[in-house]
Design a protein around this ligand. Structure first.
Ligand code: CU
Length: 386
């Protein structure tokens, strides 16, 4: 009976299996938006707070078209009392309440007010003190490729703590109309903002920086019997994505993390097809590419066309990260001459140091309903314009 009780309550506490939700979308074309960084965003329902934009993990999703300007009035709502200077803290982590904004992946100016601009672009050396605001204007060039990117603070000595704690969000550059063939352009998009939070690392950094936020993260999780190496999708632990069978979805995936990596594949009754469209916000030279495994390292993005069918509807599956995915990838993949040469080289040793390893974890559940399509549409081969 004790075991049953434990299973019941751990499940209930983390609300696993709940339907996947999505952050608010803010379009650059609608004008300047306000954004604030707080240290009071609830960390799932672990009972402690973390860093987050607009009070949540992840923050809002920004969408911008090539040629547009993403204008943000950014307010640092972190507490001055938590901004302990680098000459005072013991290690490399300090100034935990100083921040700025970085647009990870955009090909834009890295200049800011210090360079004489009226507002900051992607200048990671900007220091926004607790309580202060700053204006950002990210001018997206007309020639910018459409893609999946993300944003997070980049104040040195506090980046890993703030971004790793949850201060991050998705940033999408939209494809111009007609850029992709209809079969691609008409795909329903599902944003998967996958964030990794190693509470042990976060607590160590937070205590070192005397950050006020996250200093009890690991201790609290341990006391509650909750996992300390946490993976969230759109801020939820093991949510469920419900989709229609025989229908292509465009998964816009980000791995927002400062350590570890993911090796994703699907298991379950649902038979699913994965086709890679873009990596790190850049389209493949020719799309799509048949894959069985999605590799994500910290900061990486993958745009994947995803379709599932059931023998009997509805059916279900799991998107999981694990070593088993690698074998499947090799078995099914077509191997080019170049790739064969690479495969014949001796394998490099695994990455050194703690936390560099792959997370073995169930990431997301999915349920496949019958839908209206009786067969999965063929995706024509296409070479996106560069
Ligand atoms: Cu980054």
């Amino acid at each position: 009976p004790a075991l049953v009780l434990a299973v019941c309550c751990l499940w209930a506490d983390t609300a696993q299996g709940a339907e996947l939700t999505f952050s608010a979308v803010k379009n650059a074309g609608d004008g300047q938006v306000d954004l604030s960084l707080v240290g009071t965003a609830p960390f799932v329902n672990y009972g402690f707070d973390t860093f987050g934009f607009d009070g949540a993990v992840p923050g809002p999703t920004f969408r911008v078209k090539p040629g547009e300007t993403l204008a943000i009035n950014f307010k640092n709502d972190l507490l001055a009392a938590n901004n302990v200077g680098c000459e005072t803290t013991a290690g490399e982590f300090c100034e935990a309440a100083t921040t700025n904004l970085h647009t990870h992946g955009l090909h834009i100016s890295s200049k800011g007010v210090a360079d004489g601009l009226a507002a900051n672009s992607d200048d990671v050396l900007v220091n926004i003190a607790p309580g202060a605001s700053a204006l950002y204007r990210f001018d997206i060039p007309q020639y910018h490729m459409g893609g999946t990117h993300w944003y997070h603070p980049h104040h040195h000595h506090a980046t890993a703590l703030q971004a790793g704690g949850g201060a991050a969000g998705l940033l999408i550059v939209d494809d111009p109309p007609g850029y992709l063939p209809t079969a691609y352009e008409s795909m329903e998009e599902k944003v998967l903002f996958i964030s990794g939070h190693n509470l042990d690392t976060l607590q160590t950094m937070a205590r070192s920086a005397q950050a006020g936020v996250l200093e009890q993260a690991f201790t609290t999780a341990q006391a509650a019997g909750l996992p300390a190496n946490v993976l969230l999708v759109n801020g939820q632990s093991l949510p469920t994505l419900t989709i229609d069978g025989n229908t292509w979805y465009r998964l816009r995936m980000v791995f927002a993390a400062v350590e570890q990596r993911l090796q994703l594949s699907t298991t379950g009754d649902a038979r699913c097809t994965l086709k890679l469209l873009a990596k790190d916000g850049v389209y493949l030279e020719t799309i799509p590419r048949d894959i069985t495994t999605i590799y994500l390292y910290p900061g990486a993005r993958a745009d994947v066309a995803f379709s599932c069918t059931c023998t009997t509807y509805p059916c279900s599956g799991t998107l999981q990260s694990g070593a088993g995915a690698a074998a499947g990838a090799t078995a099914g993949a077509r191997t080019s001459a170049g790739a064969r040469r690479l495969l014949q080289r001796p394998r490099p040793p695994p990455p050194p140091g703690p936390g560099a390893g792959m997370m073995e974890i169930d990431v997301m559940l999915f349920t496949v309903n019958r839908g209206t399509s009786i067969s999965t549409p063929i995706l024509e081969t296409f070479t996106p314009l560069r």
